[in-house]
Design a protein around this ligand. Structure first.
Ligand code: 8P2
Length: 446
């Protein structure tokens, strides 16, 4: 057995998102989000599940923060529901919505837990969707006004800000595949959403600098799947590279760091980018303080001229999680090493990593050895990345609690804490107890 020791002050945390855990989506003057609308539309979610109750975190946040303290979390990543603050997305402010997040932040600080706030985790105010949502160029102003208002209200206590969560998923799963809110199936719309999210992100970074949030840092969280070529043929190598540029961090970091879309996207997909997008690139190029990396799995990519951007994924035959995703820890290292080599961010945080398994309660315990194994294997790769020059400063496990897994509803459990949705009872899983020891020792045995 070898002990894997992390750097001193490594930021150990857990992550959640507003619509996935809070419940009470319309409480105290909040407006509906596109996920409230989407989940209440029959056929859109597993079993017709909605976020109406979820983990009832809106009412149980103190209990959940006590759990975080018991686990010994150093940090907690959560998102703000835009439509609690601006019920119509802009204009009238809902003070009771602001008050909830003020109380949440104050309770975290009382527990000596550092808040990491995600300003947008997919729950757009429905009123803005009625104006075109992320396909409307004006969203960049609406979003920046919302973000700037949050800097003003919480910036005295919240020092770590994430503008957008997984903008690729928002753009393509929500606007091309139609499987997430708002349920569109339009590739041109999806690419305009990419561009408008980048415009909104960079305008917000500028607003953040102007607000001069003392000791504040701002970044973006990006989804990633490790894509390797299925064979060593040049066509598969090219297809894998293109899949990487399209679905992973380059699609957003290349404009942010280099002021242009990745070369493969310009060559093979520029027709889908908005007219005159080039005029936005100078403004989009705006320094950020950290990059958030989300990672779950990897795949192999093979040339397939019938697929978008000419690549289809094939499997390695590895063990899978309940999501049907192959468990590929090596890919975690490749993504972390890759982002450092390609963009050299000042700081990197793993803002999500975790797994869904078929958890069951036995005598009020949850023995999820498979999740412990998944976390061990991935943390080993995270440490390897640090030892190989990656400026990795922290790790947020996804997720603190079992929660609403979007279109899959409550059928998938990612938490290190089990939630009985009927009774709202929380049970710390064996993985939560294991993770708590990792945090306490800043190390683990492998
Ligand atoms: N699926 N899955 C789990 C997890 C999802 O629950 C998060 O909300 C997203 O940020 C990201 O997709 C990852």
């Amino acid at each position: 057995m070898s002990e894997k020791v992390f750097p001193k002050d490594f930021m150990w945390g857990a992550a959640t998102a507003s619509y996935q855990i809070e419940g009470s989506p319309l409480a105290d003057g909040a407006g509906p989000s596109i996920w409230h609308r989407f989940s209440h539309t029959p056929g859109n979610t597993y079993n017709g599940d909605t976020g109406d109750l979820a983990d009832d975190h809106y009412n149980r946040y103190k209990e959940d923060i006590a759990l975080m303290k018991e686990l010994g979390l150093k940090a907690y990543r959560f998102s703000i529901s835009w439509s609690r603050i601006f019920p119509n997305g802009k204009g009238k402010i809902n003070e009771k919505g602001v008050d909830f997040y003020n109380r949440l932040v104050d309770e975290l600080l009382k527990a000596n837990i550092t808040p990491f706030v995600t300003l947008y985790h997919w729950d757009l105010p429905a009123a803005l969707q009625d104006l075109g949502g992320w396909t409307n160029r004006d969203i960049a102003y609406w979003y920046t006004d919302y973000a700037d208002y949050m800097f003003q209200r919480l910036g005295d206590r919240v020092k770590n800000w994430i503008t957008l969560n997984e903008p690729w998923v928002m753009a393509f799963v929500g606007h091309f595949m139609g499987e997430h809110a708002p349920g569109m199936k339009d590739l041109y719309a999806a690419f305009s959403v990419v561009n408008n999210q980048l415009r909104a992100h960079s305008k917000t970074v500028k607003a953040f600098r102007e607000e001069n949030v003392k000791e504040g840092k701002i970044g973006i969280t990006l989804s990633n799947t490790s894509h390797d070529p299925a064979t060593d043929s040049q066509e598969d190598i090219d297809a894998a590279r293109l899949a990487h540029e399209w679905t992973n961090y380059p699609l957003f970091l290349n404009p942010i760091y280099n002021g242009e879309y990745p070369s493969g996207i310009k060559e093979h997909a520029s027709v889908f980018l908005p007219h005159n997008y080039e005029n936005d690139l100078e403004e989009i190029k705006e320094k950020i303080d950290f990059v958030g990396i989300n990672y779950y799995s990897g795949d192999l990519v093979k040339l397939d001229t019938k697929s978008f951007l000419g690549g289809k994924t094939v499997e390695r035959g590895l063990p899978k999680t309940e999501m049907g995703w192959e468990i590929y820890p090596e890919g975690f290292y490749k993504i972390l090493k890759g982002v450092q080599e390609e963009y050299n961010p000042k700081e990197v945080y793993v803002t999500e990593n975790g797994a869904a398994f078929d958890d069951s309660v036995v005598n009020q315990e949850v023995h999820d050895e498979n999740r412990i194994d998944y976390l061990k294997q991935h943390l080993e790769q995270a440490l390897r990345a640090i030892q190989n020059g990656v400026t990795l400063k922290g790790y947020f496990v996804w997720s603190l609690l079992d929660n609403f897994e979007w279109a899959l509803g409550y059928s998938k459990r990612f938490g290190i804490v089990y939630v009985d949705y009927k009774t709202q009872k929380r049970i710390i899983k064996d993985s939560g107890k294991w993770y708590s020891q990792v945090i306490k020792n800043n190390s683990f045995n492998f």
